[in-house]
Design a protein around this ligand. Structure first.
Ligand SMILES: Nc1ncnc2c1ncn2[C@@H]1O[C@H](COP(=O)(O)OP(=O)(O)O)[C@@H](O)[C@H]1O
Ligand SMILES: [Mg+2]
Length: 243
């Protein structure tokens, strides 16, 4: 995948979260966005998802500009799978309904096709036994599996994850990270915001460090984690990898 950022700018009031960022992000399967809290990782991910519009500049994904008109943006968003940190399931729907209803209501699939895709991902993600449970009756790891299954069921061009494991305990974190590694091994394109540096190091093809209104460093993980060139990246990694 190839992402071209040109003069990308996003402000919230006086806070320029992304300030005139021009960069090419070119990677085979997986891009990891890392960096300090409040640095702009989610903002960049939300722009790539078509959920936020930049104040200035442009973004191209595989040579296609991100659409700006609302109707086109809606279609673009529907072509992408998005999984957030937590709580992105409808609490009043069962696991099955959480997957099925968006396929019918957002993706406008015929009920038969939506049923077939739902059954397929419930099996694929080992959720069949939980299909009729509500999110409250499931573990955090199972809930994230449903959120991932729901995203995969839409046959997205690529998948975006915003800290998909940060609300999970270590065992469930490992389970969800295993699943992400499987998706990557299937040849899917993933872009994820993560604090799991081990995972970023072993699974990402490219790592971008987001901070101070820009991408401070963009490099393959071996380089970024072993010989970071930007002093702030070095300091950040030194702090978080100490323990
Ligand atoms: N909708 C919003 N309104 C106002 N400020 C926002 C909004 N979203 C994010 N911000 C601010 O933008 C900065 C970057 O946020 P974010 O992209 O969420 O960072 P990260 O994901 O790296 O922690 C933070 O200072 C945050 O408070
Ligand atoms: Mg964030």
């Amino acid at each position: 995948m190839n992402i071209e950022l040109r003069g990308l700018t996003k402000r919230f009031g006086a806070n320029a979260v992304l300030a005139d960022v021009t960069r090419t992000l070119s990677f085979a399967h997986t891009l990891a966005l890392i960096g300090p809290s409040g640095g702009g990782k989610s903002t960049l991910l939300r722009i790539l998802a078509g959920l936020l519009t930049p104040d200035a500049g442009s973004v191209e994904v595989d040579s296609r500009p991100l659409p700006t008109a609302e109707e086109e943006r809606r279609r673009y968003r529907a072509g992408i799978g998005i999984v957030f940190q937590a709580y992105n399931l409808f609490p009043h729907l069962t696991a099955r309904e959480n997957i099925l209803l968006p396929l019918i209501q957002v993706h406008r699939l015929a009920p038969d096709e939506a049923d077939a895709r739902t059954a397929e991902v419930l099996t694929r993600f080992q959720l069949s036994a939980h299909a009729d449970k509500h999110p409250a009756a499931l573990s955090g790891g199972q809930r994230q599996r449903i959120a991932i299954a729901r995203a995969v069921a839409t046959h997205p061009r690529f998948l975006l994850f915003d800290e998909p494991t940060s609300a999970l305990d270590p065992e469930m974190t490992a389970e969800v990270l295993d699943l992400l590694a499987e998706l990557r091994a299937e040849g899917r394109t993933l872009i994820l915001v993560t604090h799991e540096m081990g995972f970023a190091r072993h699974t990402a093809d490219l790592v971008a460090f987001v901070g101070q209104g820009t991408l401070l460093e963009v490099a393959p993980p071996e380089a970024l984690f072993t010989v970071p060139s930007h002093p702030d990246v070095r300091r950040f990694l030194g702090r978080i990898l100490r323990h």
